[in-house]
Ligand binder design. Structure first.
Ligand code: F6R
Ligand code: ZN
Length: 205
């Protein structure tokens, strides 16, 4: 646990204090397979199953049916341990499995960053889909995700990835380590658009 003084210094860039005030971190590296998206020896794996996604899909009955079948994993996030303090960068592999809830494509919960003025980059390694983004005043924007395409999520945009394909949608994400995740606001607001597959075709509505 850091002293309150140290936390305050790191929370405020105007103090010009940097992460070097912390114990010096030894440089390190991690192997990431850019074909499969596998991260070697992640320190943490966050797993969200279908039962963690109640309230997110339009067809609630279809979601309950899927939970009753085998409650499949929706997505996993593989991370290395990095202090969540100003100056560091968090990096992770986000792996969103293919699937449908009724005819709606599997997606992540989506969030704003708690420090809303922080951006994020998603480099798509595998799969196809969309990054759905929304501002607090209701502007919505989506970007296609596909292998070798990078999506830049600017500050103040809630963001959710959506898998429209038949294989995992895998991205390498980097964002400021003190950004934090605010799931509550976007869960209340909802994203204005959803993505469905109907008769083999994508429908965004
Ligand atoms: C981090 C970030 C991604 C997501 C991941 C899971 O800021 O945007 O690593 O956390 O794709 O999505 P959520 O967090 O919305 O459940
Ligand atoms: Zn994010």
């Amino acid at each position: 646990m850091k002293s309150p003084k140290l936390q305050k210094m790191h929370a405020n860039p105007l103090t010009q204090m940097t992460a070097t005030d912390e114990p010096l971190m030894t440089p390190w590296a991690v192997d990431i397979d850019l074909v499969t998206g596998a991260m070697a020896e992640p320190d943490r794996v966050l797993t969200r199953k279908t039962s963690d996604m109640r309230g997110y899909y339009r067809d609630e009955a279809a979601l309950e049916q899927l939970i009753g079948q085998d409650d499949p994993i929706h997505y996993e996030v593989f991370e290395k341990h990095i202090p969540e303090t100003y100056g560091h960068l968090l990096l992770c592999i986000s792996k969103l499995y293919p699937g449908r809830v009724g005819d709606e494509c599997f997606m992540t919960k989506g969030h704003y960053h708690t420090i809303s003025g922080t951006a994020e980059t998603y480099l798509c390694i595998r799969g196809t889909g969309y990054m759905m983004m929304k501002t607090a005043d209701g502007v919505c924007h989506s970007e296609a995700m596909r292998r070798h395409r990078m999506v830049y999520v600017p500050p103040h945009w809630a963001h959710r990835s959506i898998n429209t394909g038949d294989e995992p949608l895998i991205s390498f994400c980097v964002y400021p380590a003190d950004a934090g995740h605010n799931y509550g606001d976007i869960a209340t607001e909802g994203f204005p658009r959803r993505v469905f597959i109907r008769q083999g075709k994508e429908v965004i509505e």
